[in-house]
Write a new protein. Structure first.
Length: 757
C-alpha cells in the first residue's frame, strides 16, 4: 500500500465522552482495597451520565477523590488502572438539598483476575485468566496506534501474538498457524469476521466489527474452556457494548474505514434496544487516483436487537454482513488480471434464561454463509477460478449451575451442520519446497455435521485457589471419528501480591473447507491435534507496577502435508494472499512450539502509563521427510512498548514501538531459476536464511470537541514514523533475472473525524 494512501481518507473513532452542563452537585468518595480497606492511589475515576463521560479525576495517595459542579441526575461511577479492566460501575443518584453523595469503590490491583473479573464476560468462558492475557475495551482498540481501529490488529501487539505482515490482521498465537483462532461475538461463533478473509484462515485485511460497538474484548492464548472447540491456539471473545438508554443516539464519520454511520435507541418500554451500524469504503478512490494495480472495495453492516421477556429471560438477535470486491492488474506491465467478489453473512438468535439464583441456561442458534466468485486471466485465457459457497448452521445449548458438590458446573452440547460447494481451477501451482508444478481442477459439493458435548467444573483449591477441569467429546462428520479432549486449569494465591496459574489440555480442529474441496481425498483427513501445557505468575511489584510472565509448550500432530512437498507442514498457510488451493494432503506433519511471554504495566504519573511486553519463541516442524527444521512463521524475539498520555482537557497522545526478529525463509537457487525461467528454490537450504528484523514506531494524537449533546472526535496518526524499510518477501524478477525485495508499509499518514449526537 503506498505511503499516504490511508492518510488521504483517514479513520475515525468513538470515545463516549461529553461533559454535562455544570450544576450545583458534589460527589466525593474513596477507592479502597476490599480486603485491607486501605485507600488505592493513582486510580482513574470516571463518572458517566446517559452513557457519556460527565467528569473524571484521579485518586490521591489515600484513595480519596472529589468531583464538583455536577448536574442533578443518575450517574454511573467506575474506576480503572492501566493493565486492569474497569470495575463494574456503581450507580449514584444526585439530588436534593444539599445536592451531594458519597461513594466507596472496592478496587484491588493485587490480583489481575479479580480486577479483570468485573469486565463483561460471557458465562460460558473460563473464569481463570492467564497472567499475560490482555483485556481491551472498544475505546482502547479504537485509539491504539497502528491498529487501524481493528480489534485483531490491536491484539497483534499483545503478548503471545505475532503478526504475519502489515497488509493482514492474522493472529499467529504462540507458534500456531493463522487457521487456529476462534472468534466469538456476544456468544455467537463467527468463522471469519474480516474483510478479504483468507480462505481457510481466520484473518483478513480489516475487521468487520467497528470498535465503537465493542464493550470489551479478550484473547485467551492457552488453557481456554472446554466450551470452546473450533480452534486450537486462541479464542478472541468480544462483548458488544450496551445501547445508551436515555434517547436515540447517532454517529456519522469519515475515515480510512470509509464513510460510516451508526444509530441506536432503546424501546419505549425500556425492555430492550436496537442498534444499526454500517460502513462503506472509499479506498478505491485513493487507489485509482494513485494508479494502483490493486483496487479494493468493501462494505459492512451490523444489526443487534436485545429484548427482555419477563424477569427470567432475555433474547438477542445479531446480524453481520459484508461485501468485498477487488481488481488486480499484473505488476510490471503484464497481462494477468484478477477480479473477485465475496459475500459474508451471519444471522443468529440467543436466549438467556435465569431459572434460579444458582441455575442459568443459554441457547444460541445461527446460520452463516460465505460466497466467493474470483477469476484470473492471462491475456484472454482463464487460468484460475475460485467459485465457492459454504453454509454453516450452528446450535449450542449450555446450562450453568453454581454451588454444587462439584463446584460451579458448566455443561453443554453443540451441533454444526455445514455444506460447501466449490469449483476450483489453478494451473501451475507450486510451493517453495517443491519445484514441481501441479494443476488443480476440482468440483466438490459436500455436507457433514459435527456434534460435541462438554462438561466443566470450577471448584476451590486449598482455600486460596481454584481448579477448573473439563472434557470435550467431538464427533467429526467428515472424517467419521470421535475424539476426547480433556483440559485442566488452576490458579493459586501466594500472599497478597502474587498468583500462580497453570494449565494442560488437548485441543483439536478440522481442516479448512477449501483444503477438503481441493482434492477428494482430503475430505477424510483426521482433525489436527494439539497437546498444550503452560503456566506463569501474576505479580504486583507495587501499586503502580504489575508483571505477568507465562511459559508454554505445544505439540501438534496430524498437521496436513502436501505429498509433493514432503518437507513442508501447512502450519504457516493462510497467513498471506497466496493461493489457498492445495493438492492431495496427508496427516503426517508435526509441530513443536515453546516459549515465554512477559508483560509489564506501569503507571508513571497521574496521566501517563506504559505497557511493555517481550516474547521468546522457538517453533520447529517435521514433515514426511522426518527432518525437524525451523518453521517458516517462527519469530524468535518480539518486543513492544506503548506509552499513553491522557490530558484532563479531552485530548490524548500515544505511541507504540514494535520490534520483531526476522523469520526464516528458503532462498532461491539462481542457477536453477535462470535455467527454468521462473523462481526455483534451493532445497538444500530449507528455512536456513533469516529475513532482517522488523521494527516501526506509530504515534497518534486525539482531541474531543463538545458542544451541547454533540461531540466531534478528531485524530491524526503517523504509522512507521521513521519510515523504516521492513522487508516482506523476496520475489524472483524474470526481467532482472534476480531476486527483488518487496517491502511493507512505509511512513503512512492517518486521520479522521466522527460526530456523535
Amino acid at each position: 500500500m503506498p505511503a499516504g494512501a490511508i492518510g488521504a481518507i483517514g479513520l475515525a473513532f468513538l470515545l463516549q465522552a461529553g461533559p454535562q452542563d455544570a450544576g450545583p452537585c458534589r460527589m466525593s468518595g474513596a477507592v479502597v482495597d476490599p480486603v485491607t480497606r486501605a485507600g488505592v492511589g493513582d486510580v482513574h475515576v470516571v463518572v458517566r451520565h446517559n452513557g457519556k463521560i460527565a467528569s473524571s479525576t484521579t485518586t490521591g495517595p489515600d484513595g480519596r477523590f472529589e468531583l464538583l459542579s455536577l448536574a442533578p441526575g443518575a450517574y454511573l461511577v467506575a474506576a480503572s488502572a492501566p493493565g486492569f479492566a474497569e470495575i463494574s460501575p456503581v450507580g449514584v443518584n444526585l439530588g436534593g438539598t444539599p445536592c451531594a453523595a458519597v461513594v466507596e469503590l472496592p478496587f484491588r490491583l493485587a490480583m489481575q483476575t479479580e480486577a479483570r473479573g468485573a469486565a463483561p464476560r460471557l458465562p460460558d468462558a473460563t473464569p481463570i485468566m492467564n497472567p499475560a492475557a490482555p483485556v481491551l475495551t472498544g475505546t482502547a482498540i479504537a485509539a491504539a496506534p497502528g491498529a487501524l481501529e481493528d480489534v485483531f490488529r490491536a491484539f497483534q501487539s499483545q503478548p503471545g501474538v505475532a503478526a504475519s505482515q502489515d497488509n493482514r490482521n492474522d493472529l499467529l498465537v504462540r507458534g500456531g498457524g493463522a487457521i487456529e483462532n476462534q472468534t466469538r461475538i456476544d456468544g455467537f461463533d463467527v468463522p471469519n469476521p474480516n474483510h478479504f478473509g483468507a480462505q481457510g484462515g481466520t484473518g483478513g485485511g480489516l475487521s468487520m466489527i467497528p470498535p465503537w460497538l465493542i464493550d470489551v474484548g479478550t484473547i485467551e492464548a492457552g488453557g481456554f474452556s472446554a466450551s470452546f472447540g473450533e480452534r486450537m491456539s486462541s479464542v478472541v471473545d468480544m462483548s458488544l457494548r450496551p445501547v445508551r438508554s436515555d434517547r436515540m443516539h447517532g454517529m456519522v464519520g469519515l475515515g480510512v474505514g470509509g464513510a460510516m454511520a451508526e444509530i441506536e435507541r432503546p424501546f419505549g418500554d425500556s425492555k430492550g434496544s436496537w442498534v444499526v451500524s454500517a460502513r462503506r469504503s472509499l479506498l478505491e478512490l485513493t487507489f485509482q487516483q494513485q494508479g494502483s494495480q490493486v483496487v479494493p472495495k468493501y462494505a459492512d453492516a451490523l444489526v443487534r436487537v436485545e429484548r427482555r421477556v419477563g424477569d427470567r429471560h432475555s433474547f438477542k438477535l445479531l446480524g453481520i454482513g459484508a461485501n468485498d470486491s477487488v481488481e488486480i492488474d499484473d505488476y510490471d506491465g503484464g497481462t494477468d488480471r484478477i477480479r473477485g467478489t465475496e459475500w459474508v453473512g451471519l444471522a443468529g438468535v440467543r436466549l438467556d434464561s435465569s431459572w434460579s439464583a444458582t441455575t442459568a441456561s443459554t441457547v444460541v442458534a445461527s446460520i452463516g454463509t460465505s460466497e466467493l466468485d474470483a477469476k484470473s486471466w492471462n491475456g484472454t485465457v482463464v487460468d484460475g477460478l475460485d467459485r465457492g459457497r459454504d453454509v454453516e448452521i450452528r446450535v449450542r445449548a449450555d446450562i450453568r449451575r453454581r454451588h454444587t458438590w462439584l463446584g460451579d458446573v458448566l455443561a453443554g452440547v453443540a451441533v454444526k451442520a455445514f455444506t460447501f460447494d466449490y469449483e476450483l481451477l489453478a494451473y501451475g501451482v507450486w510451493t517453495p519446497y517443491s519445484p514441481a508444478k501441479e494443476n488443480i481442477s476440482a468440483r466438490s459439493r459436500q455436507s457433514f455435521a459435527d456434534v460435541a458435548g462438554y462438561i466443566e467444573s470450577t471448584a476451590p483449591l486449598f482455600g486460596r485457589g481454584r481448579v477448573s477441569a473439563g472434557v470435550r467429546v467431538d464427533s467429526w462428520g467428515a472424517s467419521a471419528i470421535t475424539t476426547g479432549s480433556p483440559r485442566v486449569k488452576a490458579d493459586y494465591l501466594l500472599g497478597s501480591r502474587a498468583r500462580l496459574v497453570g494449565y494442560w489440555g488437548v485441543y483439536r480442529q478440522a481442516v479448512p473447507y477449501i483444503w477438503m474441496a481441493s482434492a477428494p481425498q482430503n475430505v477424510s483427513l483426521v482433525p489436527i491435534g494439539s497437546t498444550q501445557g503452560g503456566g506463569g505468575v501474576d505479580l504486583e511489584v507495587s501499586r503502580a507496577v504489575h508483571l505477568g510472565i507465562e511459559g508454554f509448550d505445544k505439540h501438534y500432530s496430524n498437521y496436513p502435508v502436501d505429498r509433493l512437498a514432503p518437507g513442508h507442514v501447512l502450519v504457516d498457510a493462510a497467513a498471506d494472499f497466496e493461493s489457498p488451493f492445495v493438492g492431495e494432503l496427508t496427516s503426517g506433519g508435526n509441530v513443536h512450539a515453546r516459549g515465554v511471554d512477559t508483560v509489564v504495566w506501569a503507571r508513571l504519573g497521574s496521566h501517563l502509563h506504559a505497557v511493555a511486553n517481550y516474547s521468546y519463541w522457538r517453533v520447529s516442524q517435521m514433515g514426511l521427510d522426518n527432518v525437524w527444521r525451523r518453521a517458516q512463521h517462527e519469530v524468535r524475539h518480539q518486543a513492544r512498548l506503548e506509552l499513553n498520555y491522557a490530558h484532563p482537557q479531552s485530548w490524548a497522545t500515544s505511541l507504540r514501538w514494535r520490534y520483531v526478529s526476522g523469520h526464516p525463509y528458503t532462498p532461491f537457487s539462481p542457477a536453477a531459476s535462470l535455467k527454468a525461467g521462473r523462481a526455483v528454490f534451493d532445497l538444500t537450504r530449507i528455512n536456513a536464511v533469516e529475513y532482517p528484523p522488523y521494527h516501526r514506531l506509530d504515534v497518534r494524537a486525539d482531541k474531543i470537541l463538545t458542544r451541547g449533546r454533540t461531540s466531534t472526535i478528531v485524530y491524526v496518526e503517523v504509522d512507521n514514523l521513521y519510515d523504516h524499510d521492513n522487508l516482506l518477501v523476496y520475489k524472483w524478477d524474470r526481467k532482472l533475472r534476480s531476486p527483488k525485495p518487496t517491502y511493507q508499509w512505509g511512513r503512512t499518514y492517518v486521520g479522521g473525524l466522527r460526530v456523535e449526537f
